[in-house]
Design a protein around this ligand. Structure first.
Ligand code: PMP
Length: 427
């Protein structure tokens, strides 16, 4: 019997390049047919064949309170009934800005936008505008959205500037981006020593979730904080993924390191398009309409999206929310590790707050090179076995996974039972 997913995928490819609106959804890395989702509730979603999956991507992060949470849906319905978009300011935007500033002490002022890409791109422009410098520094394996300056990989040597990772990015843009190794403080020291006075900013995922999950070492983040301060460069924490995910105050709270600017997204929109960038007031005043750095958006601070975000921000501040979320995610990582061991499969897992990494290797990776050394073929086999058993993991060995507050003990136990069969298939 043909799956409706196959029919939809064939149809989608006629009108949309590759049949998807964001590449990882196409299952290119793992092979097979993407599942077309029809509805979601709590920790589950259902595909076009009405097959139910335990969902571990949570819309790639936003669904931290589970899908279709009644409070969020109610807030969205109420807001929608008052009108969808005005292109003029609303009180809801003030409330959201105040809430973000209250939760994250490093954020004195914030601007709302509609995607993480837009937020990171705008934070870079702000850093460049405020410092009058062009060079930016990023790290291999981190993703900050698809702005031209950020689709860049390392050049051939430490001090050569980067090469575009996408066609259509001019070399002239890429040459201003320097790409270093994640978790390598010596390299940072060396580069700042040579050209610190040219560097507008350092942008980093302080818990990396776009090369699978890799925790920054405290020394790595502390070194970049110190060097940025010494050289007048702006430190940007991209917390689009780890913000409100590893804990209420994000990676900056967890490590106790204060960035100059923070980029946010995902959780703050609760499933609708809200992202933000914010930080020191003396930097934010460079933004239009006050200052010379231009940035704008027709749907920025959209009232329906802000309503979804605000109701999500309220839910995650309920007492014990992150303790419970971390405990469930920890149980998942520990249970999978134990089951793999029982099946004789070289595997380990790690979790931070509500995000986790799965590694087909013997040690939890601390660098991009170690991630690349994990067994991708084994991951792909595991992914498909789990998918067949009704567990939807990120369809790539290089993405982190996400747990929501609706992933109960029963859901975690069902996942581990499925993994027992999937690991047996690998062995
Ligand atoms: N920064 C990080 C750390 C991200 O994980 C992402 C998206 N996965 C982005 C930026 C870009 O966000 P968006 O997809 O909303 O443009």
């Amino acid at each position: 019997m043909t799956s409706k997913n196959d029919t939809l995928f064939t149809r989608a490819q006629t009108s949309t390049p590759g049949g998807v609106n964001s590449p990882v959804r196409a299952f290119r890395s793992v092979g097979g047919t993407p599942r077309f989702i029809t509805r979601a509730e709590g920790p589950y979603f259902w595909d076009a064949d009405d097959k139910r999956y335990i969902d571990y991507i949570g819309s790639w992060g936003p669904a931290i309170v589970g899908h279709a949470h009644p409070d969020v849906i109610h807030a969205v319905q109420q807001a929608a009934a008052r009108g969808l978009s005005f292109g003029a300011p609303t009180e809801g935007e003030i409330e959201m800005a105040e809430e973000i500033c209250r939760i994250l002490p490093s954020v004195e002022q914030v601007r709302l936008v509609s995607s993480g890409t837009e937020a990171a791109m705008s934070a870079l422009r702000l850093a460049r505008g405020a410092t009058g410098r062009d060079k930016i520094l990023k790290f291999e394996g981190c993703y900050h959205g698809h702005a031209d300056s950020l689709l860049v990989k390392a050049g051939s040597g430490l001090l050569t500037f980067g090469n575009p990772t996408s066609a259509g990015v001019p070399e002239d843009f890429a040459k201003h981006t320097l790409v270093l190794d994640y978790n390598n403080p010596q390299q940072l020291e060396e580069v700042f020593h040579q050209m610190g006075d040219q560097i507008a900013c350092v942008i980093v995922e302080p818990v990396a979730g776009n090369m699978n999950l890799v925790r920054a070492t405290p020394e790595f983040l502390q070194t970049m904080r110190t060097l940025c301060t010494q050289h007048g460069s702006i430190l940007i924490f991209d917390e689009v993924m780890c913000g409100f995910r590893v804990g209420l105050t994000g990676a900056q709270g967890m490590y106790g390191i204060t960035p100059d600017l923070t980029v946010l997204g995902k959780v703050i929109g609760g499933g609708l398009p809200v992202a933000a960038f914010g930080g020191r007031k003396d930097l934010m005043k460079f933004l239009a309409p006050l200052g010379p750095v231009y940035q704008a958006g027709t749907l920025s601070g959209n009232p329906v999206a802000v309503a979804a975000g605000m109701s999500t921000l309220k839910l995650i501040q309920q007492p014990g929310f992150y303790e419970a979320l971390s405990a469930q995610t920890g149980k998942l990582a520990a249970g999978l590790t134990e089951t793999a061991k029982a099946n004789g499969v070289a595997f380990c897992a790690d979790s931070v707050g509500g995000m986790f990494g799965l590694y087909f290797g013997t040690e939890v990776p601390g660098s991009f090179a170690q991630i690349m050394a994990c067994d991708k073929e084994k991951f792909n086999t595991f992914f498909h076995a789990m998918l067949d058993l009704g567990v939807y993991l990120a369809p790539s060995a290089f993405e982190a996974g996400f747990v929501s507050s609706q992933h109960s003990d029963e859901v975690i136990a069902a996942t581990i039972a499925a993994a027992d069969k999937a690991f047996a298939a690998i062995r």
